[in-house]
Design a binder for this molecule. Structure first.
Ligand SMILES: Nc1ncnc2c1ncn2[C@@H]1O[C@H](COP(=O)(O)OP(=O)(O)OP(=O)(O)O)[C@@H](O)[C@H]1O
Ligand SMILES: N[C@@H](CCO)C(=O)O
Length: 316
């Protein structure tokens, strides 16, 4: 389970006291998740999620936490970080940087239908628009520079065909990123990891986006591509699901029309989205952190998605 750092009841009581959000009722480690330590923290005043950040630093975290606050205030359903009496939303628990956020109701929809894809598409577009006047800046830390750094690290673990695909796709993405069409893409704060397990639904109503800790300033199209690559893909085969994708794209565009540059680069960004998660999954798989990560995600899934995106480009 994703408890890399143990939090004691004493630690929990202390953080509740600092935030003045009631007395401890229950502290329960959350299974699932591979990045951070997460606990459900129930107090006499409500239910919260306590996250201890295992890789992100205290310098990087304000961008994510203030973004969540900004989006929540703009009407996007996201967990809202709780502040202490000085308004500070980044805390220290068990020696790690930590945050306490509101718990979203609902559960993940792991077998999405077009109706769920449409809800995600529309909310994603609303989130992009609300993010326009967010005034902090941090790049997507899992963007092109990280791909260029990480590919040489994972290459020795791959067979010749995989290595050739990875290198040629990386070269293609460097080429795309240098183009004037790419420079014309609208950008702003994006979630960048909005998979099925990072959205809550109650019945068929979307109740929240969460896990913003891969967010950063990047193209809106990349964010949409990451969503299409998870919500609108058949997981066993990695094949594109046209009906779900049409629902997501139509709903996104009912809030914000794609520009000409975005329509042109959608096939390239679908490839970029697949490449990004193929690389991170290879990295997690072959270079795991000590003993902690019990269940790395399958890298070959995104190798298949990438092959599909190259062989069968999808247009908006
Ligand atoms: N604000 C929240 N409200 C309700 N449940 C939450 C919230 N934050 C996290 N969870 C629960 O905790 C689980 C793990 O959280 P999360 O996905 O953020 O972990 P992670 O290790 O940071 O992520 P990942 O492996 O997806 O990068 C989620 O699947 C969800 O069930
Ligand atoms: N969504 C990522 C995990 C990191 O959040 C993946 O499926 O590889």
């Amino acid at each position: 389970m994703a408890v890399f750092t143990e939090v004691s009841k004493k630690d929990a009581r202390e953080v509740l006291r600092r935030l003045q959000i009631g007395e401890l009722v229950e502290l329960r480690g959350i299974e699932g998740g591979i990045e951070n330590t997460n606990y459900f923290l129930t107090s006499t005043q409500g239910e919260f999620v306590l996250t201890l950040f295992e890789r992100l630093t205290a310098e990087q975290l304000p961008f994510y936490l203030h973004l969540m606050k900004h989006l929540a205030h703009g009407g996007i359903p996201v967990p809202e970080p709780r502040g202490d009496k000085y308004g500070e939303i980044l805390h220290t628990v068990a020696g790690k940087p930590a945050a306490v956020v509101s718990k979203l109701r609902g559960k993940s929809q792991l077998a999405p239908e077009p109706v769920h894809c449409a809800a995600v598409g529309a909310m994603l577009a609303r989130m992009h628009l609300v993010g326009r006047d967010y005034d902090r800046h941090q790049p997507n830390l899992r963007g092109l520079p990280w791909w260029n750094e990480t590919v040489p690290v994972v290459l020795p673990h791959l067979d010749a065909a995989q290595a050739a695909l990875l290198q040629s796709e990386l070269a293609y993405q460097n080429h795309v990123a240098a183009s004037s069409t790419y420079a014309a893409l609208p950008r702003g704060p994006v979630h960048a990891d909005l998979f099925r397990d990072n959205v809550m639904f109650a019945e068929d109503t979307l109740t929240g986006f969460f896990d913003f800790y891969f967010a950063g300033v990047d193209t809106w199209l990349f964010d949409l591509a990451v969503c299409l690559n998870d919500w609108c893909i058949d997981l066993p085969t990695g094949a594109h699901h046209a009906e779900r994708a049409a629902a997501m794209l139509t709903a996104y565009q009912s809030v914000r029309q794609l520009t000409a540059a975005e329509r042109e680069l959608l096939p390239a960004m679908l490839r970029a989205g697949a490449l990004r998660f193929w690389i991170s999954r290879l990295w997690d798989f072959y270079l795991p952190r000590e003993a902690s990560m019990l269940k790395p995600h399958d890298p070959t899934h995104f190798e298949r998605v990438l092959q599909g995106r190259i062989a069968n480009p999808v247009h908006a």
